[in-house]
Design a protein around this ligand. Structure first.
Ligand SMILES: [Zn+2]
Length: 81
């Protein structure tokens, strides 16, 4: 469950220096959204093949508390099982 790991993701982001102001608005505050963002992975750039996905990756979303800019980070890279 995401909730069980949320604090570990926040700690990992801070340890990796994901604490700097956002590039667009200069705000320092961020919030980790409550859940995973599933992104599909495809091997062919041809968009007509988008249904033929190879799988997906789970990411966590870090939102700027000022402007709502959303960045995603691979969950597995931040916290190993
Ligand atoms: Zn912002």
């Amino acid at each position: 469950m995401f909730e069980d790991k949320k604090e570990k993701y926040i700690t990992a982001l801070k340890e990796k220096g994901v604490t700097k102001p956002y590039q667009r608005c200069g705000n320092n505050g961020f919030e980790l959204l409550n859940g995973y963002f599933r992104k599909t992975v495809q091997k062919d750039i041809n968009t007509s093949n988008i249904i033929d996905t190879e799988g997906y990756v789970a990411t966590v979303g870090v939102m700027c508390t000022n402007c709502g800019n959303l960045n995603t980070h691979l969950a597995e890279h931040l916290v190993k099982e």
